[in-house]
Write a protein that binds this ligand. Structure first.
Ligand code: CP
Length: 311
């Protein structure tokens, strides 16, 4: 693997899922692979799981890890040809090349503005690093994609499914803040690649990018959509058409135990209790959110392993 910016970078999804599950049995079996190699992780935004699980994954492979909270460094410029006489002190052209002197792999997290759709969809931060870095880049959640989370979710479904073609439903949920589309986008793309009966449910006005959802069934009746589901993946996202806006609070879309039924509850975390999902779901045996969080390590580890093997 040359980089991991999108799930398209995976050669075979069924194979990588099985390899990750196998790696989980003995996480230290490739502890020499990353010896004398360094992962530099760049965070433009907050993280708990991605930061710790990716660091753990790299260390399981014997890598050294350096972490930079980019907001503590010089203010970066991304536009070509700019007269840098305002707040930006360093251009990404130099920064990415400099970081490549210290790193064998660069992983980065950069959320969208949620104000400028065109700018966000250009993935200007991620793609600038892909363009100017001389080492492979891993996406730890960008404006439009969270491919490490999607791989994690695929691994979790594979481990916990009790039938060959489980019914999986992605449900929008309420949230007080406008959130990105990245997790939902990557989950939709991943489910489109798997042997699952997949559908999406959300209130009108929360349609995701139709180039991503394509012909996946969308039901605006949440309870009807979730009927007989095996996995219910809950996530908030802001409006895509009225870009970055909360078009309606729809608090009745909070997931309850009654609506979930016997399905397994999935969420990428962090989650707001009794806003997105009620306590009774999160505290029940149906919740697999901790299994998902655990699998973040093995998703990151299999990706880093494949990149290290290609260096
Ligand atoms: N799910 C996820 O990406 O968690 P963090 O934002 O805490 O990294």
């Amino acid at each position: 693997m040359k980089k991991y910016t999108n799930i398209k970078d995976i050669e075979s999804i069924p194979e990588i899922i099985q390899e990750a599950i196998q790696l989980k049995q003995n996480p230290f079996q490739f502890e020499k692979l990353g010896q004398y190699k360094t992962l530099v992780m760049l965070f433009f935004n907050s993280s708990l799981r991605t930061r710790l699980s990716t660091e753990k994954a790299a260390k399981n492979l014997g890598m050294q890890v350096m972490i930079l909270n980019v907001n503590d460094a010089w203010n970066l410029e991304f536009v070509d040809g700019t007269i840098m006489d305002l707040n930006s002190s360093e251009h990404v052209k130099e920064a990415a090349q400099v970081i490549s002197q210290y790193a064998d792999i660069i992983a980065l997290r950069a959320f969208p503005t949620l104000k400028d759709k065109q700018k966000d969809e250009s993935e200007f931060v991620l793609n600038s690093f892909v363009k100017y870095a001389s080492v492979p880049v891993v996406n730890m959640e960008s404006s439009t994609a969270h491919p490490l989370q999607a791989l994690t979710d695929a691994i979790t479904i594979e481990e916990l499914k009790t039938k060959s073609k489980p019914k999986v439903v992605l449900s929008w949920a309420p949230h007080p803040k406008a959130l990105p589309h990245a997790v939902a986008n990557s989950f939709v793309k991943m489910m489109s690649e798997l042997e699952v009966d997949f559908s999406i449910t959300h209130p009108k006005g929360y349609e995701l990018n139709s180039e991503i959802t394509k012909d996946i069934p969308i039901n605006h009746n949440q309870e009807e959509a979730m009927k007989d589901a095996d996995f219910v993946y809950v996530k908030n996202w802001s409006s895509y058409t009225d870009y970055g806006k909360i078009v309606s609070p729809d608090s009745n879309w909070m997931l309850t135990k009654e609506k979930l039924g016997t399905a397994k509850f999935m969420h990428c975390l962090p989650v707001r209790r009794n806003v997105v999902v009620e306590d009774a779901v999160l505290d029940s045996e149906n919740s697999v959110v901790i299994d998902q969080a655990n699998n973040r390590t093995y998703a990151a580890q299999i990706v880093l392993k494949k990149i290290l093997e290609n260096l």
